[in-house]
Design a protein around this ligand. Structure first.
Ligand code: SF4
Ligand code: SF4
Ligand code: SF4
Length: 317
């Protein structure tokens, strides 16, 4: 009589949520019925949106979303590392610091002052209670505090990439990770035009077939890693780079977001390269915000980012 194969132990998963917007955890819901494919093989233990487990049980895999911004984040990250065999930095906040990284332009005192003491929409103006975990001097990515085994950037990563990461862990293989840029899935055509001025995202009606750069709109698709399947340019909106920079940008010391875009856009249009560089520097608080806290970006010519933002804010005032 043949015996059935012994049932494999499920992969146990803990998740944790540091300083972030919750979007990465909510993205699990976007798996819809596909999650059933992995639920038999995955046992979700600690997960702030699904279970009421406060401590950190031993687990095979730990998914950590969010950046390190305060003492609570540091403690939670260390607990996750101690309890999990494998840690995945999940989403652009964990991988690069994410949008909160733009806070590094300001001191802690300026941030607390702006949010608690000078906020125009809340009164009375009181300092944060002592129960609020104190801010660290700067926002840092997860791997500045603990060792990370796998990186899954994206804001949030597309459910297809989350699903593949979970399935890969169940199957004991390395997740498939494309190295392509957002342009790879975008169907717009890059072509030479007579456009001679940069356009704001709300200016005019962009041609739906032509590359945004050809039309004078700043699109970060060519310097951004595809972890999203390019929804923005496919739906009429230029990419703002939320999944973080491509490996070429991150790893080659002389390549930088603004110079790459300015080179490409000035070749496609009649807009002078210097004007494009200046425009990106003026908008750097938004265009670099997702990756501003990563040392890989900070060690590039981008170290001038504080100066660009200071100049732009002085002009605005
Ligand atoms: S990566 Fe984006 S979606 Fe995920 S937590 Fe950070 S801000 Fe939210
Ligand atoms: S730069 Fe933007 S619009 Fe142009 S091909 Fe790339 S993603 Fe599409
Ligand atoms: S902004 Fe760019 S990287 Fe972010 S979802 Fe849109 S296309 Fe993807």
């Amino acid at each position: 009589m043949s015996r059935s194969a012994p049932r494999k132990q499920p992969v146990t998963v803990n998740t944790e949520w540091l300083s972030d917007c919750s979007g990465c955890h909510v993205a699990i819901v976007d798996l819809h019925e596909k999650i059933l494919t992995v639920l038999d093989a995955v046992q979700i233990q600690r997960c702030p949106v699904l279970t009421d487990i406060k401590d950190y049980p031993k687990a095979t895999v730990g998914l950590v979303s969010g950046a390190i911004r305060n003492e609570h984040d540091r403690h939670a990250a260390e607990e996750m590392r101690k309890s999990c065999d494998l840690i995945i930095a999940w989403g652009s906040c964990a991988v690069h610091g994410g949008p909160a990284g733009a806070g590094n332009i300001h001191t802690r005192e300026e941030i607390v002052d702006s949010v608690y003491m000078k906020n125009k929409t809340t009164t009375p103006h009181l300092p944060p209670s002592r129960e609020v975990s104190p801010l660290e001097p700067a926002v840092t990515p997860l791997d500045s505090v603990i060792d990370v085994d796998l990186y899954l950037p994206g804001c949030p990563p597309h459910p297809a990439f989350i699903f593949d990461a979970l399935l890969a862990l169940v199957e004991g293989r390395t997740p498939k990770a494309t190295k392509e840029s957002v342009c790879a899935k975008c169907k717009r055509k890059m072509e030479k035009t007579d456009t001679d001025a940069i356009r704001g995202n709300l200016d005019g009606s962009p041609d739906p077939e032509q590359c945004f750069l050809s039309q004078g709109y700043l699109c970060m698709g060519s310097v951004t890693l595809d972890r999203c399947l390019s929804p923005c340019p496919l739906n009429g909106i230029p990419c703002t780079g939320c999944a973080g920079a491509t490996m070429q940008i991150l790893t080659e010391p002389n390549r930088d977001i603004r110079t790459e875009i300015a080179d490409r856009m000035s070749r496609l249009t009649k807009i002078p390269r210097d004007a494009i560089v200046r425009e990106i520097e003026n908008s750097s608080k938004s265009l670099y915000s997702y990756t501003m806290a990563t040392s890989m970006i900070g060690e590039k010519p981008t170290f001038l980012i504080k100066k660009w933002i200071g100049d732009a804010e002085a002009d605005y005032e």
